[in-house]
Design a binder for this molecule. Structure first.
Ligand code: IMP
Length: 194
């Protein structure tokens, strides 16, 4: 059974293969990348809506099962911004970080969270499975660490006293929004073995 990953990013495919590795090993699921020309606009106003939309449209277009995710950063003092606009908040990672730090200014409430929604659609576009994961943390005044991507260097996790950019990918995966969403998806996916 093919499960089409609704992303053009081979990095995401690799990440999903790693996360879902054990589960997929003993199942008949085979992860494949979506055709590059198929693009779905993220018009939803929640991560879950965008994940559903992408999974559903790619499933219909490929007549296959499809998995999609949507994720982003939500800052409490900015009423959840940048949220679903996280990827579009600036032209590149450093501009996005600079804009966020400027908008937050000297605000003392630095609490924030990363959130990730995942959806799996059947070939007819109906949604078969959904999951969500959240990781709470705080926005630093300046960047710390040089690993990871996106907003990682300003996202500090008090429990581990590190930013996402200072963590190994294994540690990040074990506590991150995406890791949590995938962890809760695996038991559901196992039940779906066809
Ligand atoms: P998308 O899920 O590919 O639409 O990406 C959403 C955007 O949210 C990314 O471009 C990043 O800016 C941000 N983002 C999502 N997850 C992470 C993460 O784990 N670390 C840092 N930034 C993230």
């Amino acid at each position: 059974m093919q499960l089409v990953v609704a992303t053009s990013n081979p990095g995401k495919l690799k990440e999903l293969q790693k996360y879902l590795g054990n589960c997929l090993e003993d199942s008949n699921w085979d992860l494949v990348l979506k055709p590059q020309e198929l693009d779905v606009e993220e018009t939803g106003d929640t991560f879950a809506a965008n994940a559903r939309l992408k999974a559903s449209e790619i499933a219909i277009a490929t007549n296959n099962w499809a998995i999609a995710d949507d994720s982003g950063l939500q800052v409490d003092a900015l009423n959840g911004a940048p949220g679903v606009y996280s990827a579009r908040y600036g032209a590149n990672d450093s501009e996005r970080i600079a804009r966020l730090l400027k908008e937050l200014g000297q605000e003392t409430n630095r609490k924030a969270q990363f959130a990730c929604a995942i959806a799996i659609a059947r070939p007819d576009g109906s949604i078969a499975l959904e999951s969500e994961g959240v990781c709470r943390g705080e926005i630093l005044q300046e960047t710390r660490g040089d690993g990871g991507f996106g907003y990682d260097p300003i996202f500090f996790v008090p429990d581990s006293q590190l930013t996402f950019a200072q963590m190994s990918s294994e540690v990040k995966r074990s506590i991150s929004h995406r890791g949590k969403a995938l962890a809760s998806l695996i038991p559901q996916l196992e039940k779906l073995k066809l």
